[in-house]
Design a protein around this ligand. Structure first.
Ligand SMILES: NC(=O)c1ccc[n+]([C@@H]2O[C@H](COP(=O)([O-])OP(=O)(O)OC[C@H]3O[C@@H](n4cnc5c(N)ncnc54)[C@H](OP(=O)(O)O)[C@@H]3O)[C@@H](O)[C@H]2O)c1
Length: 341
């Protein structure tokens, strides 16, 4: 079988990564269509060795499309995902628009792909937020072993998580510092070059940011509604790769040694954990890779059953594009997709 795939947001950080991963994994495509706003009509994007001309979402007819990988933000998804699903495609959406909708599965294949068997009522599947994906990939096997009660997480999130304009801003500001040009701010309200900003997404009345709230509610929806999560999300001057310092409290005892062995056997996880200089992963090394890396596994001596970990992954790949394509592969494996012989 092969499938007609549309990528909406094909000129963006996540969309370009989607095209590259579709080609890399030899996803069974009969045709790939690259879509973006009218601003990008006619521009070129790469799909493996091929070049695709970008078409405008506004004028595209979705009939015949089997899968739509949607990565153009919440407003576009709100308007378009239901229309695209009504035209017969399954939409896998990267925005936060549908994640908490009870009728929309929120999927990380290593963790909860079986939820897909219960039906895709709206024709839409949501991809979680990038910081949630890597967190639940690492936490799921530990939860199965010792039941997680509470998670305290501080994130160190790369600028690519805020889109391509944010990457350009870090680049421009870094250059401006070296050549003593004035610093211009646009995507970030404070200078991001040579700085860290304790603010990702908008502020909520609670005092938390929406990014911090997403880590709580998405982890509960994917893993277990009884898990408590408190988060501090921080933007750092890294181009690609989100890092997380995570402390987990369990109901049952779990030693660092056993956790290390469990994580070594877990799908999607690579453990790099030598207690010596450089014996851990950094975002620079995780960029371009598929795994969720876990380092610095150690006992938290301040609670009865606690562990601390360092979790790093490429936010554009496992945090977005790769996870979406793995969802599409899960649909194929479960025979939940129409296609063409
Ligand atoms: N970056 C991450 O780590 C990450 C992780 C998880 C989820 N996400 C989510 O994925 C989505 C895309 O993120 P990104 O980082 O790829 O952003 P981006 O680099 O800013 O790209 C945005 C894409 O959306 C397109 N777009 C914007 N308005 C449009 C419209 N009216 N009609 C059609 N296309 C439109 C843009 O096309 P033009 O080039 O024509 O403007 C571009 O292709 C967002 O919802 C984001 O929250 C991102």
């Amino acid at each position: 079988m092969s499938y007609k795939v549309a990528v909406v947001g094909a000129t963006g950080n996540v969309g370009r990564e989607m095209l590259s991963i579709l080609a890399e994994r030899q996803f069974p495509v009969s045709e790939v269509v690259a879509l973006a706003s009218t601003r990008s009509t006619g521009t070129d994007v790469s799909f493996g060795d091929a070049i695709l001309k970008v078409k405008a979402l506004d004028y595209f007819d979705f009939s015949g499309v089997d899968i739509c990988l949607m990565s153009a933000g919440s407003a576009v998804s709100k308007e378009w995902s239901p229309k695209i699903a009504a035209a017969g495609a399954i939409v896998i959406d990267n925005s936060s628009q549908w994640r908490m909708d009870r009728e929309v599965p929120l999927i990380v294949p290593e963790v909860n792909a079986d939820v897909l068997n219960s039906g895709i009522k709206k024709g839409i599947i949501a991809n979680p937020n990038c910081s949630t994906v890597q967190l639940v990939v690492a936490l799921k096997p530990l939860h199965d072993a010792a039941t997680i009660k509470r998670v305290v997480v501080s994130t160190y999130q790369s600028v690519s998580g805020a889109g391509k304009a944010a990457m350009d801003e870090l680049f421009r500001q870094t250059r401006a510092v070296f050549v003593a040009d004035p610093i211009e701010k646009d995507k970030f309200t404070k200078q991001i070059a040579f700085n860290v900003i304790p603010h990702c997404d908008v502020f909520l009345d609670s005092g938390y940011t929406k990014e911090e709230w997403k880590l709580l509610v998405e982890t509960q929806k994917i893993l277990d509604p009884d898990i408590q999560v408190v988060a501090t999300c921080v933007r750092v001057p890294v181009f690609i790769g989100h890092s997380e310092s995570v402390t987990v409290e369990f109901e049952k005892p779990l030693t660092a040694e056993r956790a290390r062995a469990i994580l070594r056997a877990a799908p999607g996880v690579l453990v790099i954990d030598k207690r010596e200089d450089g014996g851990y992963i950094t975002p620079l090394e995780a960029a371009g890779e598929d795994a969720t890396y876990v380092s610095r596994i150690r006992k938290d001596p301040t609670v009865e059953n606690g562990l601390s970990l360092w979790i790093v992954s490429d936010n554009l790949r496992k945090g977005a594009a790769l996870n979406a394509i793995q969802i599409a592969e899960s649909l194929i494996n479960r025979k939940l997709l129409k296609g063409m012989r």
